[in-house]
Design a protein around this ligand. Structure first.
Ligand code: ADP
Ligand code: MG
Length: 322
């Protein structure tokens, strides 16, 4: 199959490549054309996923496509942006029709779940890798950045942490487990749900936000550095799913939640007055700590003792302090 036939059959013809909101011209020309209404800004983010680095070799193509798109769209969620479209630069070793069809189906499923249109891309031959660029829009001045956290704000997350890290031994084939709990962890790893609605609900309320891709400690470190404050986390408040607790002992589950990546749950800082209205409206807002003067990230145990102190990166884990 030639490059053009491949593009038109699997990508241009996909449901998610048909005209969407904000897309004036999609696949087929030299550029796509996007509409950004007056008073809004364009939010843009790119992610590359490489086989053997960001996902295992020989992945299920349906799950790979779902996950790649979810990971990219999650960056829009973290800015409080509404998705418009995405491009897909795909490098393939061979053009296998079953593989491509499953990949296109996975992409389509996640694209529809996120209301985002495939607007273009590039197709090349080589070791399997994907680069997705997502485009979204947000009212001028209301994007959620990493730099606005204020001393006194609450530190919150939008859901359970550690599931994706808990799934990693299963993903890598180091362990096998057919339990319902293990399946739930795998589902979270392969099909994370970008918190788009939450991100938009936090516009004008959260002072800083990001999506947790590298792990809670590392990512809170990014907010701390950008905002020049210290993020204090109470370890007992970090929400853990029943699935993770069923698959890992307490210590391991907590380690997954603090240091494991790939969850794509939002972490954000919130003035205390904003908390109860959001919770009353049913948004998943879990308070796990607060913003204090200083720098870096501190983790406190149930007695208020510092069990981790990380300035400029997560460095130390132990029960005996500092
Ligand atoms: P050009 O040579 O002008 O860069 P291409 O031949 O690479 O154009 O692509 C033709 C059209 O198909 C363009 O609109 C491009 O955005 C789109 N396209 C190419 N590869 C993909 C892909 N993997 N997914 C979606 N659209 C693609
Ligand atoms: Mg090209």
């Amino acid at each position: 199959m030639g490059e053009f036939e491949l593009i038109s059959h699997y990508f241009a013809a996909a449901a998610c490549a048909q005209a969407g909101d904000g897309v004036a011209l999609g696949i087929g020309d030299d550029c796509a054309l996007l509409e950004v209404p007056a008073g809004e800004q364009l939010a843009v983010s790119t992610d590359t996923l490489v086989a053997g680095v960001h996902f295992p070799h020989n992945p299920d193509p349906y799950l790979l496509a779902q996950r790649a798109l979810a990971v990219s769209v999650s960056d829009l969620a973290a800015m409080g942006a509404a998705p418009i479209g995405f491009t897909l630069a795909l490098t393939l070793e061979t053009a296998n029709t079953d593989w491509l069809q499953a990949f296109a189906n996975g992409l389509d499923q996640m694209a529809r779940a996120c209301s985002v249109s495939l607007i273009g891309g590039d197709t090349t031959r080589g070791p399997l890798s994907l680069t997705l660029t997502v485009f979204g829009r947000t009212p001028k001045g209301l994007a959620l950045t990493r730099s606005g956290a204020q001393v006194g704000d609450l530190l919150c997350v939008g859901g359970y942490l550690g599931d994706a890290a808990g799934a990693l031994p299963l993903v890598l084939g180091q362990r096998s487990d057919d339990s319902t709990a293990a399946k739930a962890l795998l589902q979270h790893y392969w099909s994370p749900q970008p918190q788009l609605a939450l991100g938009q609900a936090l516009r004008g309320k959260a002072t800083a936000a990001l999506d947790i891709s590298d792990g809670l400690l590392a990512d809170c470190g990014h907010i701390a550095a950008a905002s020049q404050v210290c993020m204090q986390i109470e370890v007992d408040k970090v929400p853990l799913s029943a699935s993770l607790q069923a698959c890992a002992d307490d210590q391991a589950a907590r380690q997954c939640a603090l240091s494991g990546g790939d969850d794509y749950v939002l972490a954000f800082t919130l003035p205390a007055v904003e908390l109860s209205p959001l919770q009353t409206q049913g948004w998943p807002v879990h308070v796990i700590g607060r913003v204090v003067a200083g720098q870096g990230v501190e983790v406190l145990d149930g007695y208020g003792n510092k069990i981790i102190q990380a300035v400029g990166g997560y460095q130390h884990f132990g029960r005996d302090g500092g």
